[in-house]
Design a protein around this ligand. Structure first.
Ligand code: 7RM
Length: 659
């Protein structure tokens, strides 16, 4: 594991202001420490207390943690509740009925508001509608929708009936959609006619048709379509239904189906180091508990806040910090349909100003691109907008470089708002290592300290703790309520991926390399496996390789990541064609064809930024592709390592040249 000394010697520390501390949900380091101590002293008691205080149970639990079948941990497992009841009905009962739940900011700037009462009614009607179609607890649905109130309604309605949903990001291809429909065994698909982003419409229902045409989706009985644009779509009578027709005539009261705490709330597919994306399965109670708690702890959420998370509901951030967490704590949130650069690079800042946003949560890749845009077009520089409503700003998805952190802190936060750099994963369900805005001293580029009850550590390959300052594998030594329960349909892969024998079998391996400085602060160094992080999106190198070799022209492909100023990492593909290596002019054409092919196989986010063609690939005599060397040549650096074990060292020079 490489040690990056520069970050460990970061000396700038930004302490929360006295005023912030005074009003904070976790006011000061002593309050944070008290929670950590409570979890250390009485681990189960700590979680049981929080679960009783935070959630409404239809049947109280008596068992907190069941470790008898580790690593298949169970939390609160003899308890019962309903997630949608906890997000909606609870708010009707506690005085939030007329409070705005969602401020929907559409791509063109049109605003739609729904109160908790209205959202509850919409979810009730839609849930009754799909119930009338015969869907029930234990069924699985696929949700393939744009950012919208309707997407939240669809997710909440499934939760209300105990239907396990699997949201597929609208940017994924028909092929990816088909694979997920099959893997999760969906019988219901909820989609939209089209989505609108950056002034353009992008088809969604047609991708569903395409997925069906690929075969294997015969278990799907209905496709429910939210009419977003009114664009023309193919229609199969009897199978396809408009969302508004499904709701029509239904009562807005839908009895929530109480489920066991461990009932799977959702399955969300994410990339791993090998094979197809894995279906990360989350439970109901433990997940919701953590979604609610971290809203209050990490974001210091108060009833008067206007909260905005810019993620898409197709990612875990959009699940926990849009569809569930904010509603579970009765927040008012902005749901945004568009893109950060439309109609101009000031869109985020203008939207913050327009709605008086107080808590803003986005990704480093967006920050970096907006820094560039602000410099290029001073008219839309954040200083042209009134951002004084902000009080907490957050970052998620990838490491944030100290320069981007400082820019964010000064230009968006006005030097007054704590930056919460939240480290977590699809698998963790919610935040794990993050500052608490009213407690933790901030260091630019560090996600700082684990949340109370999260036993994060850094270990070597044998599972031994490493000394501070020595890098290693990021692990979590005790289970936590929002953790992944299994990989859908593949418990063996779950064990192998996250609880390897080498680490004793009960220590969660995150897949990230990390380091700790002398203050105990965590610094995430990036993935230790073959997973890339492009603009905060997880991508398996194997996934992209499989997509490339599926093209009839391609004999072999190797994919690596290369550091990129804007996207964090960029995909670089090395390709051997079945025919002779093309000349430059031809190579451009074929590269274009292959990039579009990858977009079709996986989605536009997986398109290689660069493709280089070779007569072959650098391999050891036993036939292993030396990706380590390819990473070097992808950066345009010359190989200084010993290449004597290579079958064909000369190939490195050929692959070293960009098109
Ligand atoms: C929430 C999310 C998870 C991977 C994770 C890391 C990287 C996420 C941070 C981060 C450094 C952060 N889920 N990552 N947050 N690295 N600092 N604050 O992103 O499943 O899609 O990705 O993302 O490598 O393992 S995810």
């Amino acid at each position: 594991m490489s040690t990056i000394d520069s970050v460990l010697t970061e000396t700038r520390v930004f302490q929360p202001s006295a005023d912030f501390v005074k009003q904070a949900n976790v006011p000061g380091m002593a309050a944070y420490q008290a929670l950590c101590d409570e979890a250390e002293r009485d681990f189960e008691g700590f979680w049981a207390r929080l679960a009783r205080e935070t959630l409404q149970w239809s049947k109280p639990f008596t068992r907190t943690l069941d470790e008898s079948n580790a690593p298949f941990y169970k939390w609160f497992d003899d308890g019962e509740l309903n997630v949608s009841y906890n997000c909606l009905d609870v708010n009707l009962a506690n005085g939030n009925a007329d409070k705005v739940a969602i401020i929907f900011e559409s791509d063109d700037g049109t605003v739609t508001r729904v109160t908790y009462r209205e959202l509850h009614a919409r979810v009730g009607r839609f849930a009754n509608g799909i119930k009338a179609l015969g869907y029930k607890k234990g069924d699985r649905s696929i949700i393939y929708m744009p950012m919208s109130i309707e997407a939240v309604v669809a997710m909440q309605a499934c939760a209300r009936l105990g239907i396990t949903h699997s949201v597929v990001f609208g940017g994924f291809s028909a092929k990816s959609l088909q694979e997920r429909i099959i893997d999760v065994g969906a019988t219901l698909v909820i989609t939209a006619d089209e989505q609108v982003r950056g002034g353009k419409t992008i088809p969604l229902k047609p991708a569903v048709e395409e997925a069906f045409a690929m075969g294997g989706c015969e278990a799907v009985r209905n496709v429910v379509v939210y009419r977003r644009t009114g664009g023309k779509v193919a229609w199969t009578e009897g199978r396809d239904l408009w969302m508004h027709d499904v709701e029509k005539g239904q009562s807005d009261q839908c009895e929530p189906v109480q489920v066991e705490a461990e009932h799977p709330l959702f399955v969300l597919y994410t990339s791993g180091s090998t094979g197809k994306p894995k279906g990360v399965q989350h439970a109901s109670a433990g997940y919701l508990l953590w979604a609610a708690l971290t809203m209050k702890w990490t974001f210091d959420l108060k009833p008067s806040d206007v909260y905005w998370c810019t993620a898409d509901v197709g990612w875990v951030t959009g699940h926990t910090y849009i569809a569930y967490g904010p509603l579970a704590v009765g927040a008012t949130q902005i749901v945004f349909e568009g893109v950060p650069t439309y109609p101009n690079a000031g869109r985020f800042w203008e939207t913050i100003q327009k709605h008086g946003c107080t808590i803003f949560y986005t990704a480093p890749t967006a920050i970096r691109s907006l820094i560039k845009a602000a410099e290029a077009s001073p008219d839309h520089h954040p200083k042209k907008y009134d951002l004084s409503s902000l009080r907490v700003i957050g970052s998620v998805g990838e490491p944030i470089n100290p320069e981007a952190w400082m820019w964010y802190y000064n230009n968006i936060g006005g030097g007054r708002c704590p930056v919460v750099d939240t480290w977590w994963q699809t698998e963790t369900g919610g935040h794990m290592i993050t500052p608490l805005p009213g407690a933790t001293g901030l260091k630019p580029g560090s996600c700082t300290l684990p949340l109370p009850g999260i036993m994060a550590a850094i270990v070597d390959e044998t599972g031994e703790d490493v000394e501070l300052g020595k890098g290693g594998f990021l692990v979590v030594k005790r289970p936590w309520p929002a953790m992944i329960r299994t990989i859908w349909g593949d418990p063996e892969r779950f064990k192998k991926s996250y609880y390897p024998e080498e680490l004793g079998g009960t220590c969660y391996l995150a897949g990230d390399g990390a380091n700790r400085d002398t203050d105990g602060y965590f610094w995430i160094m990036g993935r230790i496996d073959d997973v890339l992080n492009v603009s905060g999106h997880r991508l398996g190198t194997m996934e992209v390789e499989s997509a490339l070799v599926a093209h009839p022209m391609v004999a072999e492909a190797a994919v690596v990541g290369r550091p990129d100023d804007l996207t964090g990492e960029a995909v670089v593909a090395f390709v051997v064609l079945k025919r002779a290596r093309p000349d430059d002019a031809e190579a451009m054409e074929i590269a274009k064809e292959l990039r579009n092919w990858v977009a079709k196989e996986i989605g536009p986010i997986a398109k290689p930024k660069e493709i280089r063609f070779g007569d072959n690939l650098p391999k050891t005599r036993s036939g292993k592709i030396m990706r380590r060397l390819l990473r070097v040549v992808a950066k345009g650096e010359s190989v200084t390592q010993d290449v004597s074990t290579l079958e064909n060292p000369a190939i490195l020079e050929q692959l070293g040249k960009a098109l």
